[in-house]
Design a binder for this molecule. Structure first.
Ligand code: S3P
Length: 167
């Protein structure tokens, strides 16, 4: 079984995903990294230079590729679970976990948003956060609170999905 982590920018998807892979011995993949390989540039730059649609198409391809893997923790970009086609692709091969992190914590983590063109300022990011939260909830098989430590969140996910923990 694969596990796909979704949630807003700065929710902790990548750090929790890496830790979850570590404590369970699963593999790890990040759809942003797969999309970046397809596009030949970082996600933020792709959105600014090639346009968001081009990035979303590569992200869809990345979700489809990731869903084919086995025994893998898939960390997704903040917009991935917002789009039905990505959710459908991921659900084919993964349980979807929403890391529900309060906006105030996200703001502290994201700080300067130079690499995240969709997090330009607090006001527009809060609007996007509120729009997206219901979509993450609808996509998710389970929801975990993202305000805890990385290890605690990883352990909670492992427990809720009855994964064997090695560490
Ligand atoms: C995006 C989030 C980013 C990246 C891209 C778009 C979004 O990933 O996919 O900049 O739409 O929220 P992170 O959530 O890892 O920052």
């Amino acid at each position: 079984m694969n596990i796909a982590l979704c949630g807003f920018m700065g929710a902790g998807k990548t750090s929790v995903g890496r830790d979850l892979a570590k404590i369970t011995g699963m593999d790890f993949v990040d759809t942003d990294e797969l999309a970046e390989q397809l596009l030949g540039m970082p996600a933020g730059r792709a959105i600014e230079e090639l346009g968001e649609q081009r990035f979303r198409d590569a992200e869809f391809e990345a979700c489809r590729e990731a869903a084919k893997l086995k025994n893998t923790v898939i960390s997704t970009g903040g917009g991935a679970a917002v789009y039905e086609r990505n959710v459908a692709a991921l659900k084919g091969g993964a349980k979807i976990v929403f890391i529900d992190t309060p906006f105030s914590i996200i703001c502290k983590r994201v700080g300067s948003a130079e690499t995240r063109p969709l997090f330009k300022n607090r006001e527009s990011a809060l609007r996007l956060f509120n729009e997206r939260r219901s979509k993450y909830l609808a996509a998710a098989d389970i929801v975990v609170f993202g305000g805890a430590s990385v290890r605690k969140i990883a352990r909670t996910i492992a427990e809720e999905l009855s994964l064997e923990v090695r560490a």
